[in-house]
Design a protein around this ligand. Structure first.
Ligand SMILES: [Zn+2]
Length: 263
């Protein structure tokens, strides 16, 4: 099994908020996507980024006000499909896509893989009316009820993916959207946990007293549906991050400094 970390939604440049002594430099926000090569289930994507359809018709699919605000690169070479091809892999081998949620910068690439099974919580599918253009092709949904599920690293209601033999888990991290999920992928003797937009800045999870980011906090506040629920999930993520021996590596969708650890 191999995991590739790619940026499928490069957006506006942001400053680190860790103070003047921070070694971090300003960087473009990313759309962190995983391309997972599995033994028996083909290619599995975690999130789909901005897709070819969005780049061809930004006004119709992304909407002018959103483009104005986030300034996406809209570079055809950054779609998940183009980056699968750039790795020498075949887009037709993408059989499964797990989405953290259905916002346009995470779901736009779904239409580039119309035959893939798209895994998500049912609550998220039911809420997906906000991105009708990205879903107009009719994704092959595989939905999971919230509620009873497995216990995994402090989370309940965790669901292994149907039809995927490898360890890929859908983890309830609701609050940013009603059915928002984290996605855990077992990678050797550890786990990668893609936390989507549960948080948007590493300062929220990498220190005992969380530190926000002026711009990313604003973006989160403008979109989140249940702050209390989101923060409960973030508290558990923080425990995982602050336990480096715990074997779980956590990262979010848009933080460029987390992405830089892998890219
Ligand atoms: Zn997002």
């Amino acid at each position: 099994m191999r995991v590739h970390h790619v940026d499928c939604a490069r957006m506006l440049e942001i400053e680190p908020a860790d103070g003047p002594d921070s070694p971090l430099r300003p960087a473009h926000a990313v759309g962190h996507v995983l391309i997972v090569e599995t033994e028996s289930s083909g290619l599995v994507l975690v999130d789909a980024g901005i897709g070819a359809g969005d780049i061809a018709d930004p006004s119709g699919r992304l909407m002018d006000d959103w483009v104005e605000m986030t300034r996406p690169a809209l570079d055809p070479a950054t779609t998940a499909k183009a980056q699968v091809e750039a790795l020498g892999l075949s887009p037709s081998d993408v059989r499964h896509i797990v989405v953290t949620h259905l916002h346009r910068d995470h779901a736009g690439g779904l239409s580039d893989f119309p035959d893939a099974a798209v895994h998500l919580f049912e609550a998220e599918r039911a809420d997906g009316g906000k991105t009708p253009a990205q879903l107009a092709h009719g994704p092959k949904w595989v939905t999971y009820d919230s509620g009873p599920g497995d216990h995994w690293n402090g989370f309940d209601g965790v669901r292994p993916l149907d039809g995927v033999a490898e360890d890929v888990l859908l983890i309830p991290l609701h609050g940013h959207t009603p059915g928002h999920a984290g996605v855990a992928v077992r990678y050797g003797d550890r786990w990668l946990l893609h936390a989507g937009d549960a948080y948007m800045y590493h300062g929220e999870v990498d220190r005992p007293e969380p530190a926000g980011h002026p711009l990313m906090d604003l973006v989160q506040a403008s979109g989140e549906v249940d702050r209390e629920q989101r923060l409960a999930g973030v508290a558990r993520l923080r425990e995982l991050v602050l336990d480096p021996g715990g074997g779980v590596e956590v990262f979010s969708a848009h933080d460029p400094w987390e992405f830089a650890r892998y890219a």
